[in-house]
Design a protein around this ligand. Structure first.
Ligand code: GLP
Length: 241
């Protein structure tokens, strides 16, 4: 595990974007695992800048998003489809046919998960998976539980997760109750994991995830087992290290 701590958000964003751009420059058909939430936004902004300056092209890249809410229309401003278009895809040259986000409106959600899993199995390996960290230690939408699932699956969101995400909706009642998420097994198969964590409110859970016992009650603690985990932190999130 390599931990980099930054004193400014800008430095963190540039470092994160730099790692992703360097990968795509050396491997133009790289497979990227993408995350949503507030954490990666600044990194996506720096990637867009790099693209606009002609430093990197995404035209041969394939992308797989970690998760999506169930039941939000794709054009709902808080769907992860909208998020990805707003923060990344509408600004770069990624090929729409190589962009994949779980469809939380599929008539058959089980089949949607199975087909997402088949596609991911068809890809030899995700080259780089970006991850944020939930306040309860979740990654993607893999919530703390007695056991965790390997592949993409339907999950009921924790009350804590819905509370944390209520800031993006008119009220907590408007936050979806379910989501589709890649499983921890799939996440851990990526060649490299880029965990990004910001803010004092994540300091304790981050410390527990990276130094505490490996337990399904803190899904991010399983990241300790990955041979190529890179962690980018701001000073607030890193204050217990
Ligand atoms: C969300 C997403 C996760 C994200 C996490 C942290 O619910 N499903 O992929 O990493 O929670 O979000 P944020 O970056 O806004 O703190």
């Amino acid at each position: 595990m390599i931990i980099h701590q930054f004193s400014s958000q800008q430095e963190l964003n540039e470092a994160g974007a730099g790692i992703i751009a360097a990968l795509v420059q050396t491997k133009p058909d790289a497979v990227l695992g993408l995350a949503t939430g507030s954490t990666p936004i600044g990194i996506y902004e720096e990637l867009v800048k790099a693209y606009k300056k002609g430093r990197v092209s995404f035209k041969s890249v394939s992308t797989y998003n970690l998760d999506e809410y169930v039941g939000l229309p794709v054009d709902h401003p808080e769907s992860y489809h909208s998020y990805m278009n707003q923060h990344l895809f509408s600004h770069i040259d990624a090929a729409p046919e190589r962009i994949r986000i779980p469809n939380g409106n599929a008539a058959d959600l089980k089949e949607e998960c199975a087909s997402y899993n088949r596609e991911l199995e068809g890809v030899k390996q995700v080259d780089l998976q970006i991850l944020g960290l939930g306040h309860n230690g979740h990654i993607g939408f893999n919530e703390p539980a007695d056991s965790l699932q390997n592949g993409t699956h339907l999950v009921e969101l924790d009350h804590k997760t819905r509370e944390a995400n209520a800031r993006f909706f008119p009220s907590i009642d408007d936050v979806p109750t379910h989501a589709l998420t890649m499983g921890v097994g799939t996440i851990l198969k990526a060649k490299m994991l880029l965990l990004v964590v910001r803010g004092a409110d994540k300091a304790e859970i981050l410390h527990r995830a990276l130094t505490g016992p490996i337990t399904t009650q803190c899904p991010a603690s399983l990241l300790q087992t990955h041979p190529n985990l890179v962690v980018l932190l701001d000073a607030e999130a890193g204050r217990l290290f």
